[in-house]
Design a protein around this ligand. Structure first.
Ligand code: CA
Length: 240
């Protein structure tokens, strides 16, 4: 089911509620998770906290405007690669030039068609993925097929619940990185509050049981969360 996928998180910063809602509605319909902010300050705060996969950014905002936000993002190691689609009410070439100069990846003039917006966001997210764009991630004997939502261990299909699949896919995708329980709750469960972190532990325990000999691939990071460490023999690159 579409709504159970680990979908990319797109952030929208736009002060006009109608446009914000329009963007959110259409991106959600296209299968993305969406976080929204109505001003630059809140937007930046959320951005650094939730690390979205793409940003839809209005240029004309109260307080810090879009260009200032762009500059800040590009100067920050965590977000300097973040794909950004800039929205502006004006079609002036000046805005476009300034936007690109400050690091926008793409540009859309209001009023825009929702379909066009979704197409642009899709292209940005896709482009942001390193080469290959294979829907399968390989980690040693483990294959995570994102399209089929199947995990195979040495070719044998594992029976996972949708949530277990999402969690494992997320861990594999961010292999080698310590992921806090809070981040996992936000990104895998889609919670935007600090929830019951024990939920994460329960799911990790079940995943480990299903991974059998591979249970050690999900390492516990003391005082933090979990890290997926692929088996040593791994040479095959994943999609990230
Ligand atoms: Ca605006």
């Amino acid at each position: 089911r579409e709504d159970e996928r680990v979908s990319e998180l797109v952030m929208v910063i736009e002060d006009e509620k109608e446009i914000r809602d329009l963007v959110r509605y259409n991106l959600e319909k296209a299968g993305y998770r969406v976080a929204a902010a109505s001003d630059g300050e809140d937007g930046l705060k959320q951005l650094f906290a939730s690390r979205p996969d793409a940003l839809v950014l209005d240029l004309m905002l109260p307080g810090a405007n879009g260009l200032e936000i762009l500059r800040e993002l590009r100067g920050e190691p965590k977000t300097h690669d973040l794909p950004v689609l800039v929205l502006t009410a004006r079609s002036a070439e000046m805005d476009k030039l300034l936007g690109f100069e400050h690091g926008a990846d793409d540009y859309l003039t209001k009023p825009f068609s929702p379909r066009e917006l979704v197409a642009r966001v899709k292209a940005l997210v896709r482009r942001a993925r390193p080469s290959g764009m294979s829907p399968a991630m390989v980690a040693g004997p483990l294959t995570v097929d994102l399209d089929a939502r199947e995990v195979r261990l040495e070719g044998v299909r594992l029976e996972l619940t949708p949530r277990e699949f999402d969690l494992l896919a997320f861990l594999v995708r961010h292999r080698g990185r310590a992921l806090s329980r809070d981040e996992l709750l936000r990104k895998v469960w889609g919670y935007d509050f600090v929830g019951e972190t024990r939920t994460v532990d329960v799911h990790v325990r079940r995943l480990r049981a299903k991974l059998g000999d591979g249970q050690n691939w999900i390492e516990t990071v003391l005082g933090s969360g979990y890290k997926f460490v692929p088996p040593a023999a791994t040479t095959a690159p994943g999609i990230e």
